[in-house]
Design a protein. Structure first.
Length: 298
């Protein structure tokens, strides 16, 4: 079982220059996205907060329908956070966040209960969780400590967002203390000053047992068990790549917890990330387990 800790966000999708069309509706937030994809492959639990409002109820309903255990998700008096996913004419995306003072940003160490931690193999958090508020950062650190005390692994996706916090040092410190680390080439440059795979591995030090460096359309590289593994991305017509890295992290973790080799887990994770780019939105675009198994045999 994989437990994730962090925020969920209500997603509004618009196209650049198209102010007249109603927005598309979806669901995002990196920790919540990871929980959704992991739940589709077996089991996931989310520790976070949503507002006592229509958007919070929509998030909870979506998560529960996808199989996420939300018993550690608290309903808060603050509003549910929103982000706007603006699809650009060149195929990229631009994101606009409305989360200051949101329910998700009010996550605290008190939310990390025994009920959340019980039975978890991995606790996964992200650089966004560290950056969105000091109380959320404290909750992530508390969850990591308690996970280790219980024998669970600690997983961390760097997900550096300059708009939230320009200081990358806390993210680097957390990554160096985690068991499994995920970062994109852009993250690596922002946090370490390089995306050269061997240099990234050396810069993170000896603690991470497994490191996954995602390269977008170039696939991904993993360092684990004293070896280097590579997986190529399948050719994909990209509609919206938001949340692809979260899908990759979820599938890699679920596959490793399920007993797959590093090579198999990495290939499966890269294929999941590619499949997630076929439609609009973050978590709503994720493949089901049978779709994934159709391209990556079980």
């Amino acid at each position: 079982m994989i437990g994730t800790i962090g925020e969920g966000l209500y997603e509004l999708g618009v196209d650049e220059g198209d102010a007249g069309s109603p927005p598309r509706v979806g669901f995002g937030g990196d920790a919540a996205n990871t929980a959704v994809m992991a739940a589709r492959l077996g089991g996931a639990r989310l520790c976070g907060r949503v507002g006592d409002d229509a958007l919070g109820r929509a998030l909870l309903r979506f998560w529960r329908e996808t199989g996420v255990d939300t018993r550690a998700t608290t309903i808060d008096a603050a509003p549910t956070g929103i982000y706007v996913n603006e699809r650009l004419a060149d195929g990229g995306s631009r994101f606009h966040y409305h989360r200051r003072g949101s329910a998700g940003s009010r996550l605290s160490p008190d939310d990390v209960t025994d009920a959340f931690l019980d039975g978890l193999d991995v606790v996964h958090t992200t650089g966004v969780t560290l950056a969105v508020s000091s109380s959320a950062a404290a909750a992530a650190a508390h969850a990591a400590r308690r996970a280790r005390e219980r024998g669970a692994l600690v997983s961390f996706a760097v997900n550096h967002r300059r708009a939230l916090h320009d200081d990358a040092r806390p993210l680097l410190a957390f990554a160096r203390g985690a068991d499994v680390v995920f970062l994109s080439a852009d993250d690596a440059v922002a946090v370490l000053g390089t995306a050269e795979p061997d240099a990234v591995r050396d810069a993170l030090g000896p603690t991470p047992r497994e490191l996954v460096l995602s390269l977008g359309p170039g696939g991904a590289i993993a360092f684990a068990e004293g070896s280097r593994f590579e997986a190529a991305a399948a050719p994909t017509e990209v509609v919206d790549a938001s949340g692809a890295g979260d899908a990759l992290a979820a599938v890699y973790l679920a596959s490793r917890v399920g007993g797959r080799s590093v090579e198999s887990a990495l290939d499966r994770a890269v294929r999941a990330a590619s499949l997630s780019c076929r439609g609009f939105g973050a978590a709503r675009s994720y493949p089901q387990a049978d779709e994934l198994d159709a391209v990556v045999p079980a």
